[in-house]
Write a protein that binds this ligand. Structure first.
Ligand code: SF4
Length: 430
């Protein structure tokens, strides 16, 4: 199969982006090389997301359009990976019989075998073995790397498919994680983001704070980040580690989802708004100036105007640096999909607009406080909008754009912030 080319289309979260890096790694090890477009490839892999209806629709319409490529080139192979593959398995082959094989996120380590088979195949079983496997990864960026430390989730929030698609929580042995990060440091990576659906419930022979301590001692690594945490697992020990470990960045992403404790209960989130608020206060007392971001779901079944106003008040109360807001999307097989009353879409649209308006003002106000300050920026590359402008992030995960020498891509440089915008900062290199 030397010389065959593959092309991956990735939908969804950072975990999927990293899974695609591993899919590329396994295929390269099998002699494939990356193609620049689907039209030039011999194997197209869709790495799918089923977190919301929209993501699923987007994938199936793309799959429909790809069919004509297979008509032109019958040797073209098509594979479906990710959460839709895990959730729907055989149904994908029935719906699109021109698909060759289907493998879920728990079965990436079977890819080398799957790609050799000619018969249509489905690998959608629960496969805890993945946590033990160290798969090769072709990494997109040269200074920042994703590192999966655990898989799956045991929380069963009533709206979420992850426990069904990625299985029960399994943590990778810390020795495997450290070896991977040491290799990354040798290759010049400066920042690692630890990935897990519920990363702060990591537990192998050590717990998550201890894992951070070990990674903090890896030479060459300057910055440590991690997503996604759950408020219930934000322990005092972890808060101290964030405050004390020099390389752990002063940014924390902690999904709140709703400001209404009544809605949090029907989401099965396992904390009240007050409990969440108390943990935020502890974090801010131990790590002054820490930047906080969160996820918010609007329009959850049964959400009233009063519940919605509690979410708006929570934004004003906490003053997050940024949020990711989503309209509730019923997912087949989840408890919330059959809850009543479902909220009408135009009400969801009105509420999400209000949430974003309120938050944009807060984000701009907090960004303005950084004007005149000097920030350490890890330069990731050229800005998406202007190739004379460099772009990077502060330790608090703010995007900074500034005119500078491309020579400093991959390095951390001091930049004076001259102007705050809603979702980024303008700077001048010192
Ligand atoms: S903690 Fe996150 S991944 Fe786990 S069930 Fe809840 S929303 Fe889904």
């Amino acid at each position: 199969m030397p010389g065959k080319r593959f092309y991956i289309e990735t939908f969804g979260c950072q975990m999927n982006v990293h899974d695609s890096e591993k899919i590329s790694g396994v295929l390269s090890r099998e002699g494939y090389r990356a193609a620049d477009s689907a039209g030039e490839s011999d194997l197209i892999v869709f790495n799918t997301c089923s977190i919301r209806h929209k993501a699923e629709q987007k994938f199936f319409s793309r799959l429909g359009r790809i069919r004509k490529l297979k008509k032109k080139n019958p040797n073209l192979r098509i594979a479906v990976a990710g959460c839709i593959a895990q959730q729907q398995g055989e149904k994908v082959l029935k719906r699109a019989p021109y698909v060759d094989f289907v493998f879920g996120p728990q079965n990436i380590h079977l890819l080398a075998d799957l790609v050799r088979r000619s018969a249509p195949t489905v690998a959608d079983g629960d496969n805890p073995g993945l946590a033990e496997k160290d798969l090769p990864a072709i990494r997109a960026s040269g200074s920042r790397a994703w590192v999966a430390v655990m898989y799956g989730c045991n929380n069963f929030c009533s709206y979420c498919v992850v426990p069904y698609t990625r299985g029960r929580e399994r943590s990778r042995p810390s020795a495997n994680i450290l070896r991977e990060i040491e290799e990354l440091a040798e290759r010049g990576f400066r920042e690692v983001t630890l990935l897990g659906q519920n990363v702060n419930s990591y537990r192998s022979e050590i717990g998550f704070p201890e894992l951070l301590e070990k990674i903090n001692s890896v030479a060459g690594i300057e910055r440590i980040r991690f997503v996604t945490s759950h408020p219930r697992d934000l322990s005092e020990r972890l808060i101290s580690a964030i405050g004390e470990l020099e390389k752990v960045c002063e940014h924390f992403h902690l999904p709140l989802q709703s400001g209404s404790t009544r809605i949090l209960e029907s989401m099965n989130r396992g904390y009240s708004y007050d409990e969440y608020r108390r943990r935020i206060d502890r974090l801010r007392s131990k790590v002054p100036g820490i930047s906080l971001t969160t996820d918010i779901i609007t329009g959850f079944p049964g959400e009233t105007d009063a519940d919605h106003q509690q979410t708006i008040s929570a934004l004003a109360d906490v003053e997050f640096d940024g949020i990711f807001a989503f309209k509730f999307s019923p997912r087949t097989g989840t408890a919330a999909a059959v809850m009543n009353p479902q909220v009408m879409d135009e009400i969801k649209s009105r509420r999400i607009l209000e949430i974003l308006e309120v938050q944009d003002e807060i984000t701009l106000k907090l960004n303005k406080k950084l004007e005149g300050s000097v920030q350490k920026v890890l330069v990731e590359g050229l800005s998406e909008t202007d190739n004379k402008v460099l772009s990077g992030r502060t330790r608090s995960n703010k995007i900074v754009n500034f005119v500078g020498n491309a020579f400093c891509i991959g390095s951390t440089v001091p930049v004076r912030i001259v102007r705050a915008r809603k979702h980024s900062l303008d700077g001048e290199p010192l």
